[in-house]
Design a protein around this ligand. Structure first.
Ligand SMILES: [Zn+2]
Ligand SMILES: [Zn+2]
Length: 285
């Protein structure tokens, strides 16, 4: 289990920022970056491990561990997710459950938003190589666990893995914060137009896939959590659990919408009194 705590910066008001770095991709954001970079403390806690039969992959024992936490001081780039994303997830995805959840009404409330935040963070990592010119393994994010019921901040966050162990980092978090608008757009494109999910089956109602192909042998529907080409990340510490592709699209769309609204408000008052990006929805940290 890994927790990321932002320990620096001004978390209350995040002014939209014009990019000061040249992006290495052809994607250009029409709105300023809604993100900032700040000091972060990444804490990894080992709770235990499972014993598994190699022949059947069945779990036959679990062992609790009592080890000291492993902490890394580094830098993180993050932006708020407006509360409108939670409203849309509740309204548009009501009754659509991810794999592993029951179809009855006993599921925990509002799981789609957590799944969407996790999947959107994975999509940002997939977009990072094209936008930042780095490897996706150079960055980490907040991976949600199916066993974790604690409060989950409504934010999209990328933290720098190779910061040298000091709070200054290596500059990648600053570049990510500077190009967060491009990252959001690229991540939304990955999630909304995944070739595997869009061509595998007729799209579900919340999907934006434009595929209209149909055959007599109907393929299986795309998994709601997505696939390795869109929402999965090979470095996920929670083995790609707690993901939802449709919710990730909503999270990214609403974050972009809030960033555009904040930029418009900022420009409308001459750049002197605009609210922070993401304030339109009242996102929490
Ligand atoms: Zn996919
Ligand atoms: Zn993950």
């Amino acid at each position: 289990m890994t927790d990321v705590s932002v320990v620096g910066g001004n978390n209350l008001h995040l002014p939209p920022r014009r990019s000061s770095l040249l992006s290495s991709s052809s994607i250009s954001s029409p709105f300023p970056s809604p993100a900032v970079a700040a000091d972060a403390l990444v804490t990894t806690r080992f709770l235990g491990y499972l014993k598994v039969w190699r022949a059947t992959n069945r779990i036959f024992d679990s062992v609790d561990l009592h080890l000291p936490d492993v902490q890394l001081r580094t830098r993180a780039a993050f932006c708020r997710v407006p509360a409108s994303a939670a409203v849309r997830c509740r309204d548009e995805l009501k009754g659509i459950k991810s794999k592993g959840e029951g179809s009855d009404n006993n599921a925990p409330p509002q799981p789609e938003l957590r799944e969407g935040l996790h999947a959107a963070c994975h999509a940002l990592l997939s977009a990072a190589p094209a936008i930042l010119g780095c490897d996706s393994s150079d960055l980490g994010t907040e991976c949600d666990s199916p066993y974790d019921s604690r409060f989950r901040p409504m934010r999209l966050l990328l933290w720098e893995k190779n910061g040298g162990g000091n709070a200054g980092g290596g500059g990648l978090a600053e570049r990510a914060a500077d190009s967060f608008g491009e990252l959001l757009l690229a991540a939304l494109d990955i999630v909304a137009h995944c070739p595997s999910c869009c061509s595998a089956a007729p799209p579900p109602p919340p999907s934006s896939c434009s595929s209209s192909s149909s055959s007599s042998l109907s393929p299986p529907p795309p998994p709601p959590e997505g696939c390795p080409e869109c929402t999965f990340w090979s470095g996920c510490s929670e083995y790609n659990a707690v993901l939802h592709r449709g919710a990730a699209r909503i999270v990214l769309e609403e974050t972009i919408r809030a960033a555009e609204a904040a930029a418009a408000a900022f420009d409308g008052v001459g750049g002197s009194g605009g609210n922070g990006a993401g304030d339109g929805g009242g996102g929490l940290f």
